[in-house]
Design a protein around this ligand. Structure first.
Ligand SMILES: [Zn+2]
Length: 460
């Protein structure tokens, strides 16, 4: 009797345990199925997939379905979503998206608060990102999206992105380690002061919004149309007297009054026509660096000291680049810096690699020797892609036509190897300032060497 009762208890324990194990199995299986069903269903409708964990566990069936039927899949993570090629939609993709708020510790950004997004496997493979903005950003109509390369090179990827119902969309780019989304308020307007002109005379007002990377740099003007006319920033005197041009932003709370004095026309108007002629060499040297007309010259004849290191692309380069990038984006052209500043030491490695591969003679036609690279100036960069595939792309055509307006020249123009010492590089831009860039452009796309009449050849 006693023995039988004991056996019964053991049976019962096993029985209860089996049921318990089965229930646990059902719960896990059920949750997984529900998650996958939800993923599966939403993808079928081309909607988005909502994830509850950091890792997507997808059934083979779902994965096959996605890869067979769709080009792109959108994955929602928390409030944000990422769009990627369906080929990347694989088992166990790490999808943790690191989004956080931080101040931008860069002089030009003045510690403005931003939303940072760190790159990970998911973002690297994505093509588009949709981000929910915090209040300090979504209260603006537009925000800027920046990318950070090599931990320090900051590039404006998408200017003035429209905020729609607290969200923005932007295209991702695998060149960047981190993105940040921000709004840079305009703090002041600067311009040339005390403008004195004669009736019929034109003058550039040189109006700028500070800081130069403000999200809104477009301004409005109020002025007396009887006294002056305005075409962009160029004022023309119409009637003798004094007047004021009121410049203001409709977005940021900034404005400026520019006083203009207009004098009567002088009778004999000196004609300042005639195209600029190619000048005599006016090269001069300072601290081992060669200059002409105030611009630094580096080519195969003139090198930089080993120690010359501006630490990155200079502010004047970046300011001009941002301005050009914004203008290009309005024409549907996306520009970014593919290779910017290179130190002397970096060029040593690069050049030696090429010499090893192709020999010294061949390497000299496309790569600069250490100290002889314009990339060491911090005033030159390769845009988008530094190879022949860039030629004839809409970006290359746009740069060729417009870069001078922002102070850049295509440093190694087509068919100018005899002067520059380098084959055609439609991607290599050099900042020389707007005045000089325009003069060179107007002279018919010639090289700096021709314009200032100096050589570019190695001594040996
Ligand atoms: Zn280059």
């Amino acid at each position: 009797m006693r023995k039988r009762r004991k056996r019964l208890r053991i049976d019962r324990i096993i029985y209860v345990f089996a049921i318990f194990a089965f229930i646990v199995f059902l719960i896990i299986f059920g949750i997984k199925s529900l998650l996958n069903l939800r993923i599966y269903n939403s993808i079928k409708n081309k909607g988005s997939v909502r994830l509850f964990k950091q890792t997507v566990n997808v059934w083979k069936k779902t994965e096959t379905y996605v890869n067979d039927k769709l080009d792109e899949v959108t994955i929602t993570y928390g409030k944000n979503s990422v769009t990627m090629d369906s080929n990347y939609f694989k088992n166990g993709l790490n999808i943790k998206l690191n989004v956080y708020k931080k101040n931008i510790d860069e002089p030009l950004f003045d510690n403005v608060k931003s939303l940072y997004i760190d790159k990970n496997e998911l973002l690297e493979k994505s093509s588009k990102l949709k981000v929910k903005l915090p209040r300090f950003l979504y209260k603006h109509e537009n925000v800027d999206v920046y990318g950070i390369r090599n931990k320090k090179e900051i590039v404006l990827l998408a200017p003035k992105v429209k905020v729609e119902n607290k969200y923005i969309d932007f295209k991702t780019n695998s060149n960047y380690d981190t993105y940040f989304i921000t709004y840079i308020p305009g703090k002041s307007i600067s311009s040339g002061n005390n403008i004195n002109i004669r009736v019929g005379e034109k003058r550039d007002l040189n109006i700028k919004v500070n800081p130069s990377n403000s999200t809104y740099r477009d301004l409005k003007y109020k002025y007396d149309k009887k006294m002056v006319s305005l075409n962009g920033d160029i004022v023309t005197g119409k009637k003798a007297g004094k007047t004021t041009i009121h410049v203001y932003s409709t977005i940021d709370d900034i404005s400026k009054d520019i006083d203009i004095t207009i004098k009567k026309k002088v009778k004999e108007v000196v004609k300042e026509e005639k195209k600029e002629e190619v000048k005599e060499t006016g090269l001069y040297e300072k601290d081992g660096i060669t200059y002409v007309d105030g611009i630094m010259i580096v080519n195969k004849t003139y090198s930089l000291p080993k120690t010359y290191n501006p630490g990155g692309l200079t502010d004047e380069f970046m300011d001009a680049f941002y301005e050009m990038q914004s203008a290009a984006s309005l024409d549907g052209i996306s520009l970014f810096v593919a290779s910017g500043f290179r130190s002397y030491e970096y060029q040593v490695d690069l050049y030696n690699t090429y010499v090893k591969r192709d020999g010294k003679e061949a390497a000299d036609t496309y790569s600069a020797r250490p100290g002889y690279s314009e990339h060491q100036t911090g005033l030159a960069a390769d845009i988008n892609a530094a190879d022949s595939s860039f030629e004839d792309t809409p970006e290359a055509i746009w740069l060729d036509k417009n870069c001078y307006k922002y102070g850049f020249v295509i440093r190694f123009p087509k068919g100018k190897e005899a002067y520059t010492g380098y084959t055609y590089e439609p991607w290599h831009l050099r900042y020389v300032g707007k005045d000089i860039a325009k003069k060179i452009h107007d002279a018919g796309g010639i090289s700096l060497e021709e314009y200032y009449n100096f050589t570019s050849t190695y001594k040996d």
